[in-house]
Design a protein around this ligand. Structure first.
Ligand code: PLP
Length: 225
């Protein structure tokens, strides 16, 4: 039982990240861990903070707003990534809350973020989410449109556009998706490549991930969506 605390699970993930980085001949510290805390209470996030974790991911703006401002007061160096599909009417709140928005995926959202940032006087770092599997139900810019969309985001946001993100199709070998995303980042001279989750983060590290988003393997299974 004592071997299954949040802190020991976090340690286990850190060790696996370090090993996968070494196997991929990547310098230690090259890959950072985003602890995905969606559906888990602030108390669980506090445990992770006490265990040294500072980087968190949340899917929903409202949920992030409920949990993170109070945590930030106590841990001012925590960083919050919004990783879920973002409605345009949540763009303003996301700009106020997030350090990074990983799910920029369509022109209407670019416009909304641009306006919201002007009003808020604050623009988070941005990643373009790519629907590498071109799945109709999934958010993300389609593969074919990714180059043009990234270029337009760069024109609009300049250096605030920092990276790309993907969620490969379930039940498929993710390797080719990760390779595609890494190539895209490289081609556009973007430094951040957010890919890999609980089930496949080591594969993603082998393909060049700079951020892995791990939820279940740290916090346990989520209460139903
Ligand atoms: C929930 C979620 C994760 C974490 O998934 P796990 O399988 O629990 O590690 C990562 N990325 C995104 C975008 C998510 O929505």
């Amino acid at each position: 039982m004592s071997n299954d605390t949040l802190s020991s699970r976090l340690d286990g993930i850190r060790t696996r990240i370090a090993r996968a980085s070494e196997a991929a001949h990547r310098p230690q510290g090259d890959v950072r861990l985003v602890a995905v805390s969606k559906f888990h209470p602030a108390s669980a996030i506090e445990q992770a903070l006490k265990a040294g974790q500072r980087l968190f991911g949340e899917n929903r703006v409202q949920e992030a707003k409920d949990k993170f401002p109070a945590l930030r007061e106590q841990w001012p160096d925590l960083r919050l990534h919004i990783i879920g599909s973002l409605q345009t009417n949540k763009a303003a709140e996301a700009c106020r809350l997030a350090d990074v928005i990983e799910s920029v995926d369509r022109p209407a959202l670019v416009d909304a973020l641009s306006r919201a940032a002007d009003r808020a006087g604050r623009l988070p770092d941005l990643f373009v989410q790519v629907n590498t599997g071109d799945e109709p139900q999934k958010s993300g810019i389609p593969r074919q449109e990714a180059d043009a969309f990234i270029a337009s985001c760069k024109a609009r946001f300049g250096g605030s556009l920092k990276g790309v993100m993907c969620i490969p199709p379930e039940g498929e070998d993710p390797s080719s998706h990760f390779a595609f995303l890494a190539q895209l980042a490289h081609g556009h001279e973007l430094t951040e490549c957010s890919m890999g989750m609980s089930a496949d983060f080591e594969t993603a590290i082998g393909q060049g991930a700079t951020l892995v988003r791990v939820g279940t393997a740290i916090f346990g299974s989520r209460p139903t969506a």
